[in-house]
Design a protein around this ligand. Structure first.
Ligand code: AMP
Length: 254
């Protein structure tokens, strides 16, 4: 491909991506960054929708689960500390999660906005993030993907995921084209150790006990919208779009 053609394509991609972001952000000084919090039970579709939103708005997807799994894979000190907790479906201490998030959102790619996938998961995490966002002029938008427990169990028992890019598959309804290999990045597709019957039940219990109280907290602040996560991937994505159209510059820039 000629150098000139490549430049034209890059210029087009930059302009089209810019205009999508401009749908909800004028990108002026007064326009706050947006923290888009995707919440819901494990296997509720947060990862899939975060990826779609990240591609559309150009904001990074920050998955605390992925960040922790990377630490475990790299055998870091932190990885060793959290390995047993993540593999058994228990929550990692709030201080570890918050340090990780605060460090990540300071990166330049988070300046306009970012998507938190799987965080916060406790009231303490939510309250401390909220304090931070308010003091840093960051607008919070919370979307909860609701899926009943029975459906979650079915999804997670058959879930396999790419070790490298996190793309989820379903052994029956959406297997990778080539067994064990990710369609998107050719990474290894594996069964997560915490997607086993007993651990799924524990994770759901923790979700109901420790994460759901956050909904009242965010609801009282007017940040929260609930979305039916049992709909198809495309339908959920459309519903999210509808919610985000309310966040125009008129409502977010003050
Ligand atoms: P996920 O990939 O989001 O299902 O997360 C996998 C595991 O990482 C969880 O079961 C927890 O052990 C840990 N984890 C991820 N995010 C958090 C969080 N915000 N707070 C505490 N633990 C977390």
């Amino acid at each position: 491909m000629s150098r000139k053609l490549l430049c034209w394509i890059l210029a087009f991609l930059t302009v089209s991506n810019h205009s999508l972001i401009a749908d909800i952000c004028c990108e002026t000084e007064k326009c706050p960054a947006i923290a888009l919090l995707l919440m819901g039970p494990p296997g509720g579709g947060k990862g899939v929708q975060s990826k779609i939103l990240s591609a559309k708005y150009g904001w990074p997807q920050i998955s605390t689960g992925d960040l922790l799994r990377q630490q475990i894979k790299d055998c870091t000190e932190l990885g060793l500390k959290v390995e047993n907790l993540t593999k058994s479906g228990q929550l990692v201490p709030d201080s570890i999660i918050l340090d990780m998030i605060f460090e990540r959102i300071q990166q330049p790619d988070c300046q306009k906005g970012f998507i938190l996938d799987g965080c916060p998961r406790t009231l303490v995490q939510g309250q401390l993030l909220d304090q931070h966002f308010q003091s840093h002029h960051i607008k919070t938008v919370v979307l909860v993907l609701d899926v009943p427990d029975e459906q979650i169990k079915e999804r997670l028992l058959h879930r396999i995921v790419c070790e490298k890019c996190g793309t989820p598959y379903h052994t029956k309804t959406l297997p990778p084209k080539q067994e064990g290999i990710c369609d998107r990045c050719q990474g290894n597709v594996i069964k997560r150790p915490d997607d086993s019957d007993a651990i799924i039940s524990d994770r759901l219990k923790i979700y109901h006990q420790q994460t759901e109280p956050l909904f009242e907290f965010y609801s009282s602040k007017g940040y929260l919208t609930r979305i039916d996560g049992t709909l198809s991937k495309e339908e959920v994505s459309e519903k999210i779009e509808q919610v985000l159209t309310h966040y125009t510059c008129e409502t977010t820039c003050q």
